[in-house]
Design a binder for this molecule. Sequence first.
Ligand SMILES: Cc1cc2nc3c(=O)[nH]c(=O)nc-3n(C[C@H](O)[C@H](O)[C@H](O)COP(=O)(O)OP(=O)(O)OC[C@H]3O[C@@H](n4cnc5c(N)ncnc54)[C@H](O)[C@@H]3O)c2cc1C
Length: 401
Amino acid sequence: MWDNRIIVIGSGAAGLMAAIHAAEAGSVALITDGPLGRSNSIMAQGGLQLPRPGEAALRSFEDDIRRSARDQVDAERVRTFVENVDTTISELVEWGLDLDRDERGDIVRRSAGGLSEPRIVSVRDQIGPAIMKVLRKVVESCPVEIREHTTVVDLRPIDGGIEVVVRERDGNVKTLRARAVVCCTGGTAHREAVRLAQPTTNPANRNHELFDVLRGLGLPLIQEDYFQYQPFGIVETWGVEGGKCVPESIVNFPVRLLDRERRDIGEIRRDRYDLTHLMFELAEQGRAVELGDGRRGFWLTLSDLDEATIAATFPKVHHFQQRAGALGQDILVYPFLHYYLGGFRTGPRGATEIPGLYLAGEMVGGLHGRNRLMGNGITDSLVHGAIAGKAAREYVARNRN
Ligand SMILES: Cc1cc2nc3c(=O)[nH]c(=O)nc-3n(C[C@H](O)[C@H](O)[C@H](O)COP(=O)(O)OP(=O)(O)OC[C@H]3O[C@@H](n4cnc5c(N)ncnc54)[C@H](O)[C@@H]3O)c2cc1C
C-alpha cells in the first residue's frame, strides 16, 4: 500500500516545477521543511538565460556553457538543458511571469561575463521572487498535497518503491511509502561557507542533510568539490546569513572595480571564474581595501550611475544603499560563496540508479564544470525540475499496481 504515488521533496524552483509536472499522476505530495517556497530560489536576483529563437542561438548558448566550464561537462545534460529552456520559460510566461520588456514590448536581453550574446532576461533584480510567486500559485491550484514544515530525514529503497522518513513540525516521525520520489533539496554552498568560515549569499539551510543521506545510498557524484563565488558580494553584509550581492548584470552599465589606491583592476565583463580569481589574486597582493576585521573588498563604482537607473533596474541594491546611507556612493564588494557546481550524476531526465528515485536542481552536477554562467542556476532548476517531474509521472504509469 502506497501513501502517495509520487513524493517531491523541496519547494525551490526545481521542487515546485517537479510537483506541477508530476501532478497529473494523481496522489502527489510535496514535502518541504519550511513554509512553501522558502529556498535559495527565492533569493535569485539577476535573471535567467533565455536564448533567442533559432538553432544558431541555441548552438551559441551551448558553446558558451562548454567554453566557460573549463572542464568536463555532462554532454547529454547540457543538450537537454539548452533544448528545453525556451519551452520551460514560455510556460512560466503563460502562467503569468512578467519579464522586463522594452518600449516596443520585446523582452529585454542583457549581457553578463562569458556570454557571447545578450541572453539574460529578468524582472528588475527580483527574478527569484517573481518566479516563485507564479510557481506557488500554480502548484496550489494543482492536485498536490502540500506538507510544509516537514523534514525528510531518510530515504530507503524498498521493493517497488521508496520509504520516505519525515519529521513533522511537532517532532513526530512518520514513514511514508511512495512509488517514486523526486528529490530537489538544493546545493550545499551554505555548509561549505560555514566550513571555510567564508561569506556567502546563501541563507542558512539544511540542504546538505539529505545530500548526505543520498551519498550514503551510494549515488555517484561528479566534481564533488566544485563551488562557485559571486564576484559582487556586498562587504557590508559579510557574515550576515544570506549576505547580499549586486547582480552581475551590473556590468551592462559603465561601472568599474577599483583597488585600495582607486586604480581600475581591469575588464569586469569577464566570466565569474576569471573575475573572482583576479579579485582573490589582487587581494593576496595587498591591493584590496582592508577593513581591519578580516573583511576586504574592491570599490564597485555605483557612483558612476545615476540614482534613477539604479532604482529602476536594481531596486534591491538601491534599497540597500538607501538603508546604509550610501546613495550616490561606491560600495565595497568581494567574492561570496554562492553556488554548488558539483553534485550527483543522473541520467538526462534526472533518473538515478535507484528505481523510482529522481533528482533535480542544484544538487545535480555536470552542467557547469568549474564555472556556471550567470542565469543558468535557477534556469537549470526550472528546466530539470519539470523534466524530472514528468519522468517520475511516466515511471509510475509504467509501474502501476
Ligand atoms: C542570493 C542568490 C542569488 C541568486 N541569483 C540567481 C540568478 O540571478 N540567476 C540564477 O540563475 N540563479 C541564481 N541563484 C541560484 C539559484 O537561485 C539556485 O541555484 C536555484 O534556485 C536552486 O534551486 P533548487 O530548487 O535546486 O534548490 P533550492 O532553491 O535551494 O530549494 C531547496 C528546497 O529543499 C528544501 N529542503 C532541503 N532539505 C530538505 C529536507 N531534508 N526535507 C524537506 N525539504 C528540504 C529547502 O527548504 C528548499 O525549499 C541565486 C542564488 C542565491 C542564493
